[in-house]
Write a protein that binds this ligand. Structure first.
Ligand code: FAD
Length: 307
């Protein structure tokens, strides 16, 4: 039987991945709420494929393009109704006022969500409205405050609260020390885990994780892996994240003579990145699926993880 990556599968069973014995590594997926009917027609297949891997949770993004939490909540409802995967909702300060966020926290909890990723969101043009929460640490505090007010509902556990972290530093931060200070503050306020922004070099993740530990960060720092399928896509995603595509990666992809070859080189680079990150002892693997089940399957296949 082929071992799979999940909370219950020891990583040392993997042929291509060697880490300390008995370590457990989480597997999670990030999905985007469908934005139109064409998107919606493919979600059933997406969810079926992802469910096959029995992930520890499935994270649903929220953004203006999907009607903020309207789209997130509707997709979570579909996930809960049609699969047995545990949904986690992204919640961003940019989604509304403090009162509106409270309404969303309560609505998502009512819908069965037991995990939230607390984010600031990308700044709107003109900056964050003055009467909104300004940073994600305030949202972590607000979520824990709402939770404390209804502790009995969580008698069998508590809300899992995640935050974002940045192996190459957040574009607005003065330096990495600021990022560690912010991460420590979020940990103090009740964050349980952090998921990284995309990155291109396993060493960047390993160095970041090591420095974070030295600074006193104890929560899991789960690497977010984005399949690198083409230079054009990488440039787009890197720009959105305030990152530069490393010359090494750009040159490797540019050497391809056809789009298929470029895809193949990119997927192999992603697989190698993933293997290296797991070898460095990462606490989990979070795949940015961009709602593409075939690319997600391909990546997992390449690292020896099967449904
Ligand atoms: P913050 O923690 O507020 O940090 C932003 C900047 O402010 C940093 O420079 C930080 O150092 C600084 N800072 C933080 N706290 C303080 C403080 N108290 N005082 C002064 N400065 C401070 N965006 C969406 O809109 N929807 C999503 O679904 C979404 N999902 C994401 C998932 C992941 C895994 C990641 C990594 C990012 C995601 N984002 C999403 C993008 C995210 O919203 C942006 O990266 C945003 O620019 C910063 O979010 P944050 O939560 O890190 O913000």
């Amino acid at each position: 039987m082929t071992p799979r990556l999940s909370a219950s599968a020891p990583l040392d069973q993997f042929s291509e991945v060697s880490v300390e014995p008995r370590q457990r590594t989480a597997l999670s997926f990030e999905v985007i709420p469908p934005r139109n009917d064409a998107d919606a027609s493919t979600t059933a297949e997406l969810l079926k494929v992802l469910q096959g891997y029995n992930p520890d949770y499935i994270a649903v993004t929220s953004s203006q393009r999907s009607g903020w939490l309207e789209g997130t909540a509707a997709f979570i409802e579909q996930i809960s109704r049609t699969t047995s995967m545990r949904p986690l909702a992204h919640l961003a300060c940019t989604a509304g006022t403090r009162e509106e966020l409270i309404g969303w926290i309560d609505a998502l909890v009512d819908a069965g969500v037991r995990g939230l990723l607390a984010l600031r969101g990308d700044l709107p043009e003109g900056g964050m409205p003055a009467h909104y929460l300004q940073h994600a640490d305030e949202l972590v505090r607000l979520i824990r405050h709402r939770e404390a007010g209804q502790a009995a509902r969580f008698a069998a556990g508590s809300l899992a609260v995640g935050v974002a972290c940045y192996p190459n530093g957040h574009a607005e931060s003065a330096n990495l020390d600021e990022d560690f200070d912010v991460l420590l503050a979020k940990q103090r306020l009740g964050a349980d885990f952090a998921i990284t922004q995309l990155f291109f070099d396993a060493e960047d993740y390993a160095r970041f994780a090591q420095r974070a530990r030295l600074a006193g960060v104890r929560i899991p720092l789960i690497p977010g892996i984005m399949p690198m399928t083409s230079v054009a896509r990488l440039e787009r995603m890197a720009k959105l994240s305030g990152l530069q595509v490393p010359p090494r990666v750009r040159a490797a992809l540019a050497a391809a003579s056809t789009p298929d070859e470029e895809h193949e080189i990119g997927m192999e680079l992603t697989a190698e990145l993933t293997r290296s990150v797991l070898r460095s002892g990462a606490d989990g693997l979070h795949i940015y699926t961009h709602n593409n089940p075939h690319i997600t399957q391909d990546l997992l296949n390449r690292i020896g993880v099967h449904p």
